[in-house]
Design a protein around this ligand. Structure first.
Ligand code: ZN
Length: 231
């Protein structure tokens, strides 16, 4: 005898990059992973769990490993809304009276903090330049715990192509030694130019309101970064 299975609903969504995907809500098995996210203090562990959940719940439209970190975060929040609901418990400090309230905020209003930059090319000299791309989850996992000590570590994961007036080289096709050599050959000014371009990329942003339980003042909140509302 085989047990009957409950049919899981499927949903469609358009991600910040424009990809259209089909996904399902979390099930009990993913809820266990969610607990780790709530309890872990280690950013890499949190990202690993997020990736695991997205890999399980993404049905079609994209390969999880190809998603930018932004797309993955966006999708994760949507999955969360469809499974547990839109409400997330949060501690809020009121700007009017300065007191803390434990409130529930609505995370369903997800967007981007700004427009995508129109141009992803950074010229380093007259003829040599790079194109950059938003960081992916793998890169994020590699740099998250080291980026404070080694800010340059991010470059390996955001440079897409290196080109001159003759040829375009795909950065991910280069050997890691060559990648390192390239990064180390850059001047501080050139690094800054690349970093400035990366800064132009938007982040996932939730717009919501919070009402103070003490004085009733209502504030609009813009929350960027998953770590700010699931931990
Ligand atoms: Zn207040």
């Amino acid at each position: 005898m085989s047990l009957p299975f409950v049919l899981t609903p499927e949903h469609e969504a358009t991600l910040p990059s424009g990809l259209r995907v089909t996904y399902r809500p979390f099930l009990v098995k993913e809820e266990k992973v969610m607990l780790t996210i709530k309890e872990s203090k280690d950013s890499r562990e949190i990202l690993r769990c997020m990736k695991k959940v997205v890999e399980s719940c993404l049905i079609s439209g994209a390969e999880p490993s190809d998603l930018s970190y932004n797309d993955m975060e966006h999708l994760f929040i949507l999955m969360r809304c469809r499974s547990v609901g839109e409400g997330v418990d949060m501690r809020h400090t009121c700007k009017s009276c300065g007191k803390d309230s434990d409130i529930k905020i609505d995370i369903s209003n997800i967007g981007l903090s700004k427009e995508m930059p129109a141009e992803s090319t950074v010229m380093l000299t007259e003829t040599v330049g790079v194109t950059v791309t938003p960081i992916k989850i793998e890169g994020m996992m590699k740099i998250v715990n080291v980026v404070d000590k080694d800010p340059l570590s991010v470059l390996e994961y955001v440079v897409e192509n290196v080109f001159n007036d003759q040829q375009v080289y795909k950065f991910s096709d280069m050997e890691s030694k060559e990648q390192k050599e390239f990064v180390e050959s850059l001047s501080l000014g050139q690094v800054q130019k690349i970093m400035d371009k990366i800064e132009e990329f938007p982040r996932v942003c939730i717009t919501t309101t919070a009402t103070c339980l003490h004085c009733g003042a209502t504030e609009e909140l813009k929350i960027e970064g998953m770590e700010n509302f699931f931990t």
